[in-house]
Ligand binder design. Structure first.
Ligand code: ARG
Ligand code: ZN
Ligand code: CA
Length: 249
């Protein structure tokens, strides 16, 4: 009725310990965070600096609805980014109809090149493939019981952003291009809780950095906005001729 697209979500939980077997309540909490962040109803949206208010997306008109939770006990304590968690033959859980559902896999721990990572996602180019979806390590999923400073459910917001075609705001290169014109070009990723304003220079132009965007690398408490240009990208993959049109009701 409000023109939003509601994405059906299947959460696949692979747990070795009881703590990794995240509760239904925590899954519901994570879905609520996604709805708030994509809906622009997050309680910290009022922290957007006035300079960036015109570029704010407000409501991206994407909603999320949990349709199923699949749980499986495993003896594996750590997973890689090789998609094994998405394959029953590798001890994982096969995706549920990935063309029509956003599959989220939760594992106890994930590493990439020897380092712990929070999560990873497939872009719309992978729409409908067996490995399509988002993987998140349990300590960074949901809020209650999650691990600070990534305990506000925003790893999922960031990863679902990738799933819906959003790039890192620094374009994964020094002064790279994220294909969004209302996110100021920035030199590199930001971490922690930067203080506003933060300036950097690309091609001789000094700009104030939108580090509070969900597609930067700052702490959960330091990110609270999508831009209007990001909303346009998300809506275009979800359109009836978009790569992710299969998620529409
Ligand atoms: N490093 C991860 C990625 O590249 C996720 C970063 C999420 N940030 C956060 N504050 N939760 O996809
Ligand atoms: Zn990312
Ligand atoms: Ca940009």
């Amino acid at each position: 009725p409000d023109g939003s697209i509601e994405i059906p979500v299947v959460v696949n939980v692979l747990y070795k310990t009881a703590a990794e077997n995240v509760s239904d309540a925590r899954i519901a909490e994570q879905i609520s965070v996604l709805n708030a962040d994509f809906g622009g109803t997050n309680t910290d949206i009022n922290k957007i600096p006035s300079e960036f208010l015109p570029a704010g997306a407000g409501n991206t008109q994407v909603k999320f609805r949990l349709v199923n939770t699949v749980r499986k006990s495993t003896s594996k304590s750590s997973w890689a980014t090789n998609d094994d968690m998405k394959k029953a033959s590798k001890g994982g859980i096969d995706a549920t109809t990935p063309a029509n559902y956003l599959n989220i896999w939760i594992v106890g721990k994930m590493t990439s090149q020897g380092r712990t990572i929070l999560g990873y996602a497939t872009f719309p180019e992978s729409a409908g493939l067996w490995n399509d979806g988002v993987a998140i390590a349990a300590p960074y999923f949901g809020k209650t019981g999650a691990s600070a400073p990534f305990n506000l459910g925003r790893t999922a917001t960031h990863e679902v952003g990738h799933y819906l075609n959003l790039r890192h705001i620094w374009g994964d290169a020094n002064c790279g291009n994220d294909q969004v014109s209302d996110t100021p070009t920035q030199t590199t990723a930001n971490y922690g809780k930067p203080s506003y304003p933060l300036y950097n220079t690309c091609s001789g132009v000094q700009r104030s950095v939108m580090f509070m965007n969900y597609m930067d690398y700052v702490d959960d408490a330091a990110m609270f906005m999508f831009s209007a240009g990001q909303k346009t990208r998300v809506q275009s993959v979800l359109a009836s001729n978009g790569a992710r049109s299969g998620l529409r009701l």
